[in-house]
Write a protein that binds this ligand. Sequence first.
Ligand code: NDP
Length: 322
Amino acid sequence: MVNYRYLGNSGLKITEITYGNWLTHGSQVENDVATQCVHAALDAGITSFDTADVYANTKAEQVLGDALKGQRRESLEIFTKVYWPTGPGGPNDTGLSRKHVMESINGSLQRLGTDYVDLYQAHRYDVETPLEETMQAFADIVRQGKALYIGVSEWTADQIRAGAALAKELGFQLISSQPQYSMLWRVIEDEVVPASQETGISQIVWSPMAQGVLSGKYVPGKELPAGSRATDDKGGAKMIQRFMHDDVLERVQRLRPVAEELDLSMAQLSVAWVLQNDNVAAALVGASRPEQVAENVKASGVTIPAELLAKIDDVLGDVVER
Ligand code: NDP
């Protein structure tokens, strides 16, 4: 089963492995496979699910909502996000204005088939809208009971501090930050994590497996595995490019002995690695097939000894983004 961790300085517990459906639901995978993945997650003890209105231009929320139909709502933690346009566009169909936030939550709830989401997240920071306006809209959404908690995604340390202070003034709390974090992408460590620790916020980290790269399945000089994200012409292949360089892929192959020493697959090692950081509440793991979910959940509860953490740093060296 999967361990729970508190989300920020709140009483909400989420599964430290949370299932996310970016690029898969409503896009790369058929709906029946999407449903199988969600059920594999539930069977393995995952109760927290992350999506966004913009994923597959709203289809991902719908697919997730359908797959969760019939589940006891109180036993699930459902997260979604607001920021990007999901309609034909227009001056107000984007960002974090009161208008866009208040309208977007209604669409998300409808597609997810629920009266409330557990966590509503600002998908990015909106430099064009006063932060006070956004935070007031979030405060009202919480008061209306449409979202129980509020979080942010890819905000800088200063933005997190300012948002947290305003939320406090308005009588609610920011409890989470959703940044990219993996062995290959450690940008949050110097500033975002300390700012979050100061303000009672924890991280729900995305692409902990570097979009599948850290599973070790992309071997330099070999054909791309069929059905993998790197071959997904609906968007995945483009998104994964940032990691698809021979120097990165070669270093990743050299992590195999570390995984073997712990009796883990490389995929499990990558998920366990982000969970060694105390400020991380959950690794947001994606899957294109149910067997991956079953494999990945075994990363819950793993401790990586300090000497192996140091070995990972040595092996990866300067291919890590910091
Ligand atoms: P991961 O790094 O976990 O990559 C998941 C992908 O890796 C899967 O779809 C699958 O792709 C492959 N994979 C998973 N398990 C295995 C395995 N055991 N062996 C081999 N390959 C495996 O995360 P994602 O990039 O999918 O992101 C996870 C979630 O994070 C998203 O769903 C979303 O919720 C969130 N996110 C948030 C963002 C934000 O801006 N806030 C941005 C991006 C993501 P395949 O089989 O096709 O190769």
